[in-house]
Design a protein around this ligand. Structure first.
Ligand code: ADP
Ligand code: NA
Length: 332
């Protein structure tokens, strides 16, 4: 058996948004507060699979670190660090590049989406990214990975790599990691289009709430969010063909630590003219303090840098022996 250990990462690509908060950050803080050993990472090596301006990347990395802390990750309780500062990730990733099959990578829907029509022109890193992600997780023997719905396929690939490595070398060395995709908001949708996920790469700023938005911006974006003209139904089934309405109910539920059923029970029959202001009040109460705390932390970059350095040292204490054992197993 493997000791329960949580790992997850977020790309430092700017515009941390409500989807990242509800699908990832908030749940990271919940895992940490349950006392499970938790390792959280700014995955800058993933970010550069598409072009990043160096100054923007450096700023986004510090801002993401501030976001983690403002969302409740305690760098003393959890291990909080930046991926490129722990070279064991890329060392293990190379071994996994040799375990994973090319066809596995080419099937990844995120690769197809991000590479677009001209896949020949995508970086090799964009294709190999899921093997690096497997290394991020398995170099800590992490057993559980809280993520949003969009990462499900990559987590399955991580399991496939662990299974194939264990099988090829005849060992029971890497755990078969469990994705933890749960709660009311594992897939927060865009405010402009209920069929698309809320994303930092969406060109419309009105499509998402950024964690740096102030109270006025949060309230305005919710007021203007696309909805339909019907009132809220009196049971959850009534939301099935109403993606925008369902999205707002899910967001309310996740922010209030309720189930969508409980939110519907409280707000059945309500018009959006009344539900949206209630959601806006809740969102401002939960998110504005995060934004304030992020700006406060960003005042002291030296402190952020030293938190990340300490985190990297602690991460390496776990990663180094696991990489060494992997080298032993593979005859290196
Ligand atoms: P993005 O998809 O915005 O580029 P990342 O790929 O860095 O962000 O994802 C960071 C974390 O946030 C992952 O766990 C991912 O599953 C989660 N996440 C991203 N977008 C959403 C969303 N719209 N709803 C729920 N979780 C999300
Ligand atoms: Na993503």
């Amino acid at each position: 058996g493997f000791t329960p250990r949580v790992f997850s990462g977020i790309q430092p690509t700017g515009n941390l948004h409500l989807g990242n908060y509800l699908g990832a950050l908030k749940r990271f803080a919940d895992a940490q507060n349950k006392g499970i050993q938790s390792i959280y990472c700014m995955v800058d090596l993933h970010a550069i699979t598409v072009w990043q301006d160096p100054a923007d990347l450096a700023r986004a990395t510090r801002e993401l670190c501030a976001g983690f802390i403002a969302a409740g990750i305690d760098p003393e309780k959890s291990i909080l660090f930046n991926q490129s500062q722990v070279p064991e990730h890329t060392q293990l990733a190379w071994i996994f590049n040799c375990v994973a099959r090319l066809g596995w990578m080419q099937r990844m829907t995120q690769f197809k989406d991000k590479a677009g029509k001209n896949a020949q022109n995508a970086s090799l890193g964009l294709l190999a990214y899921p093997a690096l992600m497997a290394a991020d997780i398995l170099v800590y023997h992490a057993t559980h990975v809280p993520v949003g719905e969009d990462q499900k396929q990559h987590l399955e690939l991580t399991r496939d790599i662990a299974i194939k490595f264990n099988h090829d070398y005849g060992v029971d060395f890497f755990p078969i990691t469990e994705p933890v995709i749960e709660g009311a908001a594992t897939r927060v949708m865009s405010f402009r289009d209920g069929t698309k996920k809320m994303s930092k790469s969406d060109p419309s700023d009105m499509s998402r709430i950024n964690l740096t938005d102030d109270a006025d911006a949060i309230a305005k974006k919710i007021r203007k969010a696309k909805t339909d003209p019907e009132p809220l139904p009196d049971s959850i089934e009534g939301l099935e063909d109403r993606p925008e309405a369902r999205n707002l109910v899910n967001i309310y539920a996740a922010l209030a630590d309720l189930t969508p059923e409980q939110v519907i029970a409280e707000h059945a029959g309500q018009q959006f003219g009344a539900f949206k202001p209630a959601l806006a009040d809740l969102a401002v109460a939960k998110l504005a303090p995060i934004s304030t705390e992020m700006s406060r932390l960003m005042q002291d970059q030296g402190e952020i840098d030293s938190i990340l350095r300490r985190g990297a040292d602690r991460a390496r204490e776990i990663a180094t022996p696991i990489l060494q054992k992997t080298y032993d197993i593979t005859g290196m």
